[in-house]
Write a protein that binds this ligand. Structure first.
Ligand code: PNS
Length: 170
């Protein structure tokens, strides 16, 4: 019988985090309670044309997680399943906000399981108040000068404002 303790479980929460939202943060807080170590892993993929560089996205995550002692921030390129295996992770954590997320998540989880059957994908349901938050919409609203307070941490809000104030960097 496996031990009931999850202290030795390494979990990975992968994503683009472009930028970090309060929805992501809620998931990090909840996932870290059920893993010994949680690695928040930023996808390094320029093909997605991110607004923030990998280093900037990792910096924001580190700032938000500074007091979470079992959370580590990392980055990866290539296959998530391989990164997870190399980091000794047994669990991949993903959030589901609405039924529209499910199809894509089901495909990813199934393909990842095909590649690495020993790694389980675990889904956490987004808290109701976060179920409408997406990084894509946050960027769009910030770019058009709308109010995103309460949807992202304050320091992310400032970074977005600074980025859109200086269009040469966008
Ligand atoms: O925050 P996102 O953009 O929804 O995260 C998507 C992510 C990073 C989890 C996904 O794109 C991914 O795992 N990319 C790595 C490449 C990979 O493993 N592709 C095959 C997935 S089955």
């Amino acid at each position: 019988m496996p031990s009931a303790s999850t202290d030795s479980v390494v979990a990975i929460y992968p994503g683009s985090f472009d930028p970090l939202t309060n929805g992501h943060l809620d998931l990090i807080r909840r996932a870290r309670r059920i893993a010994g170590k949680l690695i928040v892993a930023v996808l390094n993929n320029d093909q997605k044309h991110p607004l923030f560089s990998v280093e900037e996205r990792m910096e924001m995550l580190r700032e938000a997680c500074v007091e979470m002692d079992n959370v580590e921030v990392g980055s990866f390129s290539g296959l998530l399943a391989e990164y997870a295996a190399n980091r000794g992770a047994r669990v991949i954590v993903r959030g589901i906000r609405a039924i529209s997320d499910y199809e894509y998540e089901l495909q990813m989880a199934s393909m990842n399981r095909r590649m690495r059957p020993e790694i389980e994908t675990m889904f956490l349901l987004a808290a109701e108040e976060n179920s409408f938050i997406s990084s894509r919409l946050v960027k769009e609203i910030a770019r058009l000068g709308g109010n995103i307070s309460g949807i992202v941490p304050n320091f992310v809000e400032s970074r977005l404002a600074a980025r859109f104030e200086n269009p040469s960097k966008v």
